[in-house]
Design a protein around this ligand. Sequence first.
Ligand code: COA
Length: 266
Amino acid sequence: MKEYKFFLIDIEDHVALVTINNPKALNALSSPVVLEMIDVMQEISAMKDVRCVILTGAGEKSFVAGADIKEMFEMDPAQGKAYGILGSKAFQIIENMPQPVIAAVNGFALGGGCELAMACDIRIAADTASFAQPECGLGIIPGFAGTQRMSRLCGKGFAKMMIYTCNRIKADEALAVGLVQKVVPLEELIPAAKKMASKIASNSPNAVQLAKSAINQGYEMDFVSGNLFESNLFGLCFANSDQVEGMGAFVNKGKAVFTGEPLPKK
Ligand code: COA
């Protein structure tokens, strides 16, 4: 991997642990951090050996404390729009990269931090984590797709309450509304994320990636179109060695070892 200024990357057993490393600013997403995030995620997307990604923040205090307020303070409307488009692009890359991404939320997930967590496939939070969209208290609205993803993930009423009030909620409240999928003590956060990631990595990488695509893209379609899209991807599974391996292991009472390699064309 390339060397990055704001990211630490550790790849082991098909799992990439990506740490946003700007703890002095509580891992705030300045433009240079967002630009690097795009490079990091595009580099990992192309790594066939990586089957699952964990995204976390350096330090014990903050996942990401938001977009960079100091940088935004100076912006005019055109610069504001460009910054929103840049952050949104980075998060769409994460949402659409082939491998699932688990956000391991180790503290503040505020503004862009909450939006980043929502762009990931699954969120595990430390019991010390907190979530908010504080933008309306700063005279702006969420700009990295928070108005869109929060309403889709947790419903319009919850999104409006969070965004209009700017209230901060704790991990257990986030769990209750489905904003996160699991809450664990802080010291167990990375081990729990690694355990989940290695379970994902033990399954067929081809199937997991097609499932990600079916869920994400199908979610934006009407039911019948989404169902047809699923059928097409279901059919594609049978062009991959993982289907032969997985079903062969069941039939022969063995253990499947997946590679994700396509089958030779007949
Ligand atoms: N943008 C830029 N810098 C940020 C930042 C952000 N979103 N969040 C934190 N920082 C910086 C602080 O300015 C401070 O830098 P300094 O030491 O140079 O002054 C450093 O990170 C530490 O933050 P500090 O506020 O001193 O820590 P704290 O523990 O007292 O408070 C927070 C933590 C998260 C409650 C507080 O930093 C905060 O409210 N941050 C902004 C959150 C926000 O509104 N995010 C949404 C942005 S759209």
